[in-house]
Write a protein that binds this ligand. Structure first.
Ligand code: ADE
Length: 262
Protein backbone atom coordinates (compact mmCIF):
# COMPACT_ATOMS: atom_id res chain seq x y z
CA UNK A 1 0.00 0.00 0.00
CA UNK A 2 1.44 3.35 -1.00
CA UNK A 3 0.12 6.55 0.59
CA UNK A 4 1.44 9.99 -0.34
CA UNK A 5 0.65 12.99 1.84
CA UNK A 6 0.97 16.64 0.84
CA UNK A 7 1.31 18.91 3.85
CA UNK A 8 2.95 22.03 5.25
CA UNK A 9 4.13 19.82 8.14
CA UNK A 10 5.67 16.61 6.80
CA UNK A 11 7.35 16.11 10.18
CA UNK A 12 3.92 15.59 11.81
CA UNK A 13 3.18 12.74 9.43
CA UNK A 14 6.70 11.32 9.68
CA UNK A 15 6.82 11.46 13.47
CA UNK A 16 3.49 9.77 14.07
CA UNK A 17 4.04 7.06 11.50
CA UNK A 18 7.46 6.06 12.80
CA UNK A 19 6.07 4.25 15.85
CA UNK A 20 3.68 1.44 16.65
CA UNK A 21 1.52 -0.15 13.94
CA UNK A 22 2.45 2.30 11.17
CA UNK A 23 6.15 2.10 12.03
CA UNK A 24 6.07 -1.70 11.86
CA UNK A 25 4.08 -1.67 8.61
CA UNK A 26 6.65 0.68 7.07
CA UNK A 27 9.58 -1.44 8.27
CA UNK A 28 7.96 -4.56 6.84
CA UNK A 29 7.47 -2.72 3.52
CA UNK A 30 3.70 -3.26 3.77
CA UNK A 31 3.25 0.51 3.83
CA UNK A 32 5.14 2.93 1.58
CA UNK A 33 4.27 6.28 3.17
CA UNK A 34 5.68 9.43 1.56
CA UNK A 35 5.17 12.87 3.09
CA UNK A 36 5.76 15.78 0.72
CA UNK A 37 6.24 19.41 1.73
CA UNK A 38 3.77 21.70 -0.01
CA UNK A 39 6.40 24.45 0.13
CA UNK A 40 8.43 22.45 -2.40
CA UNK A 41 5.85 23.67 -4.89
CA UNK A 42 6.50 27.34 -4.12
CA UNK A 43 8.27 29.38 -6.75
CA UNK A 44 9.79 32.19 -4.70
CA UNK A 45 12.82 32.22 -2.38
CA UNK A 46 10.59 32.61 0.69
CA UNK A 47 8.61 29.52 -0.30
CA UNK A 48 5.29 31.33 -0.03
CA UNK A 49 2.18 29.15 -0.16
CA UNK A 50 -0.61 31.49 0.96
CA UNK A 51 -2.11 34.85 0.21
CA UNK A 52 -5.00 37.07 1.36
CA UNK A 53 -8.50 36.04 0.26
CA UNK A 54 -10.17 37.80 -2.67
CA UNK A 55 -13.22 39.59 -1.33
CA UNK A 56 -11.51 40.26 1.97
CA UNK A 57 -11.84 38.58 5.32
CA UNK A 58 -9.63 37.16 8.03
CA UNK A 59 -6.92 34.59 7.53
CA UNK A 60 -4.86 33.47 4.60
CA UNK A 61 -5.76 31.12 1.79
CA UNK A 62 -3.50 28.46 0.32
CA UNK A 63 -2.70 29.42 -3.28
CA UNK A 64 -3.43 27.05 -6.12
CA UNK A 65 -0.05 27.45 -7.82
CA UNK A 66 2.25 25.84 -5.21
CA UNK A 67 -0.29 23.12 -4.47
CA UNK A 68 -0.69 22.13 -8.11
CA UNK A 69 3.10 22.35 -8.56
CA UNK A 70 3.82 20.12 -5.54
CA UNK A 71 1.38 17.47 -6.75
CA UNK A 72 2.61 17.66 -10.36
CA UNK A 73 6.26 17.44 -9.32
CA UNK A 74 5.68 14.20 -7.44
CA UNK A 75 3.46 12.86 -10.21
CA UNK A 76 6.22 13.34 -12.79
CA UNK A 77 9.15 12.14 -10.67
CA UNK A 78 7.86 9.22 -8.56
CA UNK A 79 4.35 8.77 -9.89
CA UNK A 80 1.42 9.57 -7.63
CA UNK A 81 -1.11 7.03 -6.37
CA UNK A 82 -4.64 8.22 -7.13
CA UNK A 83 -7.27 8.96 -5.98
CA UNK A 84 -6.00 12.11 -4.30
CA UNK A 85 -8.26 13.24 -1.45
CA UNK A 86 -8.43 16.68 0.10
CA UNK A 87 -9.09 16.57 3.86
CA UNK A 88 -11.80 19.01 4.84
CA UNK A 89 -14.83 19.09 7.18
CA UNK A 90 -16.98 19.43 4.07
CA UNK A 91 -15.80 16.12 2.62
CA UNK A 92 -17.41 12.69 2.43
CA UNK A 93 -17.69 11.31 5.97
CA UNK A 94 -14.83 8.89 6.59
CA UNK A 95 -15.98 5.71 8.33
CA UNK A 96 -15.03 2.04 8.52
CA UNK A 97 -16.72 1.39 5.17
CA UNK A 98 -14.58 4.02 3.45
CA UNK A 99 -11.52 2.63 5.26
CA UNK A 100 -12.28 -0.81 3.82
CA UNK A 101 -12.72 0.68 0.34
CA UNK A 102 -9.36 2.44 0.51
CA UNK A 103 -7.65 -0.66 1.94
CA UNK A 104 -8.62 -2.47 -1.25
CA UNK A 105 -6.61 -0.05 -3.39
CA UNK A 106 -2.92 -0.25 -4.20
CA UNK A 107 -2.53 3.28 -2.95
CA UNK A 108 -4.01 6.74 -2.64
CA UNK A 109 -2.91 10.25 -1.71
CA UNK A 110 -3.99 12.88 0.79
CA UNK A 111 -3.78 16.66 0.66
CA UNK A 112 -3.81 18.52 3.97
CA UNK A 113 -5.10 22.07 3.97
CA UNK A 114 -5.35 24.71 6.56
CA UNK A 115 -8.88 25.28 7.57
CA UNK A 116 -8.79 29.05 7.10
CA UNK A 117 -8.90 28.25 3.47
CA UNK A 118 -7.63 26.59 0.35
CA UNK A 119 -8.29 28.08 -3.09
CA UNK A 120 -11.42 26.39 -4.47
CA UNK A 121 -9.68 25.52 -7.73
CA UNK A 122 -7.68 22.93 -5.78
CA UNK A 123 -10.90 21.18 -4.79
CA UNK A 124 -12.37 21.59 -8.26
CA UNK A 125 -9.45 20.64 -10.48
CA UNK A 126 -6.58 19.02 -8.57
CA UNK A 127 -8.09 16.42 -6.25
CA UNK A 128 -10.37 13.47 -6.97
CA UNK A 129 -12.46 13.73 -3.82
CA UNK A 130 -12.74 15.11 -0.30
CA UNK A 131 -12.83 13.34 3.06
CA UNK A 132 -13.95 14.54 6.50
CA UNK A 133 -13.18 12.67 9.72
CA UNK A 134 -16.05 14.26 11.63
CA UNK A 135 -18.23 17.27 12.26
CA UNK A 136 -15.60 19.44 13.91
CA UNK A 137 -12.91 21.75 12.66
CA UNK A 138 -9.21 21.00 12.98
CA UNK A 139 -6.50 23.60 12.42
CA UNK A 140 -5.21 21.60 9.50
CA UNK A 141 -5.67 18.29 7.72
CA UNK A 142 -2.66 16.51 9.24
CA UNK A 143 -4.42 14.89 12.21
CA UNK A 144 -7.23 13.86 9.85
CA UNK A 145 -4.73 12.37 7.40
CA UNK A 146 -3.20 10.32 10.21
CA UNK A 147 -6.63 9.05 11.22
CA UNK A 148 -7.28 7.91 7.65
CA UNK A 149 -3.81 6.38 7.26
CA UNK A 150 -4.02 4.38 10.49
CA UNK A 151 -7.59 3.15 9.95
CA UNK A 152 -6.77 2.02 6.41
CA UNK A 153 -3.33 0.54 7.05
CA UNK A 154 -4.51 -1.76 9.82
CA UNK A 155 -6.92 -3.34 7.31
CA UNK A 156 -4.12 -4.14 4.86
CA UNK A 157 -3.50 -7.90 4.99
CA UNK A 158 -0.55 -8.92 7.24
CA UNK A 159 -0.32 -5.54 9.00
CA UNK A 160 -2.11 -6.83 12.10
CA UNK A 161 -0.71 -10.04 13.52
CA UNK A 162 -4.13 -11.52 14.08
CA UNK A 163 -6.37 -11.29 11.01
CA UNK A 164 -9.45 -12.33 13.00
CA UNK A 165 -9.28 -9.09 14.95
CA UNK A 166 -10.51 -7.03 12.01
CA UNK A 167 -13.47 -9.29 11.36
CA UNK A 168 -14.55 -9.34 15.01
CA UNK A 169 -14.04 -5.71 15.92
CA UNK A 170 -16.41 -2.77 16.11
CA UNK A 171 -18.22 -1.93 12.84
CA UNK A 172 -17.15 -5.26 11.27
CA UNK A 173 -20.84 -5.92 10.59
CA UNK A 174 -22.10 -2.46 11.41
CA UNK A 175 -22.22 -3.06 15.17
CA UNK A 176 -20.03 -2.23 18.15
CA UNK A 177 -17.75 -4.80 19.71
CA UNK A 178 -18.65 -6.87 22.80
CA UNK A 179 -16.76 -6.11 26.04
CA UNK A 180 -13.43 -7.83 26.64
CA UNK A 181 -11.84 -8.94 29.93
CA UNK A 182 -8.47 -10.33 30.95
CA UNK A 183 -6.83 -11.40 34.23
CA UNK A 184 -7.33 -10.94 37.10
CA UNK A 185 -10.75 -12.56 37.42
CA UNK A 186 -11.42 -10.15 40.26
CA UNK A 187 -10.01 -6.63 40.39
CA UNK A 188 -10.84 -4.32 43.29
CA UNK A 189 -13.96 -6.31 43.89
CA UNK A 190 -15.14 -6.15 40.26
CA UNK A 191 -15.54 -9.53 38.68
CA UNK A 192 -15.61 -10.91 35.17
CA UNK A 193 -18.87 -12.29 33.71
CA UNK A 194 -19.00 -15.92 34.80
CA UNK A 195 -19.79 -17.23 31.32
CA UNK A 196 -16.37 -16.11 30.04
CA UNK A 197 -14.68 -18.43 32.53
CA UNK A 198 -16.99 -21.36 31.86
CA UNK A 199 -14.93 -22.87 29.04
CA UNK A 200 -18.17 -23.39 27.08
CA UNK A 201 -17.30 -21.84 23.71
CA UNK A 202 -20.82 -21.93 22.30
CA UNK A 203 -22.16 -20.20 25.39
CA UNK A 204 -19.41 -17.58 25.21
CA UNK A 205 -20.23 -16.94 21.54
CA UNK A 206 -23.93 -16.42 22.33
CA UNK A 207 -23.14 -14.09 25.21
CA UNK A 208 -20.80 -12.05 23.02
CA UNK A 209 -23.32 -11.86 20.17
CA UNK A 210 -25.93 -10.61 22.64
CA UNK A 211 -23.55 -8.08 24.19
CA UNK A 212 -22.73 -6.73 20.74
CA UNK A 213 -26.42 -6.10 20.14
CA UNK A 214 -27.09 -4.68 23.61
CA UNK A 215 -24.14 -2.29 23.43
CA UNK A 216 -25.05 -1.07 19.99
CA UNK A 217 -28.71 -0.59 20.90
CA UNK A 218 -27.75 1.36 24.02
CA UNK A 219 -24.91 3.44 22.63
CA UNK A 220 -25.55 3.71 18.90
CA UNK A 221 -29.20 2.94 18.12
CA UNK A 222 -28.61 4.69 14.77
CA UNK A 223 -26.32 1.81 13.73
CA UNK A 224 -29.00 -0.77 14.54
CA UNK A 225 -31.62 1.27 12.69
CA UNK A 226 -29.29 1.55 9.67
CA UNK A 227 -29.31 -2.23 9.28
CA UNK A 228 -33.08 -2.39 9.60
CA UNK A 229 -33.43 -3.01 13.33
CA UNK A 230 -33.01 -6.33 15.10
CA UNK A 231 -34.04 -9.48 13.28
CA UNK A 232 -36.38 -12.01 14.96
CA UNK A 233 -33.46 -14.31 15.85
CA UNK A 234 -31.60 -11.46 17.43
CA UNK A 235 -34.64 -10.58 19.52
CA UNK A 236 -34.87 -14.23 20.61
CA UNK A 237 -31.18 -14.26 21.48
CA UNK A 238 -31.60 -11.20 23.69
CA UNK A 239 -34.65 -12.74 25.34
CA UNK A 240 -32.67 -15.92 26.02
CA UNK A 241 -29.88 -13.80 27.54
CA UNK A 242 -32.33 -12.04 29.86
CA UNK A 243 -32.11 -8.65 28.13
CA UNK A 244 -35.85 -8.02 28.26
CA UNK A 245 -35.50 -4.48 29.60
CA UNK A 246 -33.18 -3.35 26.85
CA UNK A 247 -35.53 -4.77 24.23
CA UNK A 248 -38.53 -3.07 25.79
CA UNK A 249 -36.70 0.23 26.12
CA UNK A 250 -35.94 0.19 22.41
CA UNK A 251 -39.50 -0.54 21.41
CA UNK A 252 -39.33 -4.28 20.74
CA UNK A 253 -42.41 -6.31 21.49
CA UNK A 254 -41.05 -8.75 24.06
CA UNK A 255 -44.29 -10.75 24.17
CA UNK A 256 -44.24 -12.05 20.63
CA UNK A 257 -40.44 -11.72 20.49
CA UNK A 258 -40.72 -10.57 16.96
CA UNK A 259 -41.93 -7.30 15.71
CA UNK A 260 -40.65 -3.82 16.31
CA UNK A 261 -43.20 -1.43 17.69
CA UNK A 262 -43.57 1.80 15.84
N1 ADE B 1 -9.50 19.60 8.24
C1 ADE B 1 -10.01 20.38 9.22
N2 ADE B 1 -11.02 19.78 9.84
C2 ADE B 1 -11.16 18.55 9.27
C3 ADE B 1 -12.03 17.45 9.47
N3 ADE B 1 -12.99 17.46 10.41
N4 ADE B 1 -11.89 16.36 8.69
C4 ADE B 1 -10.95 16.35 7.73
N5 ADE B 1 -10.10 17.33 7.49
C5 ADE B 1 -10.20 18.44 8.25
Amino acid sequence: MRIDVFTLFPELIEGFSRASLLGRAREAALLDLRAHDLRDGASDARRTVDDAPFGGGAGMVLMPEPLFAAVEQVTSTEGLPRPLFFLTPGGRPFDQGVARELAGLEGFSLLCGRYEGVDQRVGDHLVDGELSIGDFVLAGGEAAALVVIEAVTRLVPSVLGNEASVTEESFADGLLEYPQYTRPAEFRGWGVPEVLRSGDHAKVARWRAAQTLVRTLERRPDLVAARGGLGPEEVLLLLEQGEVEVLARHGYDVESGKSRQS
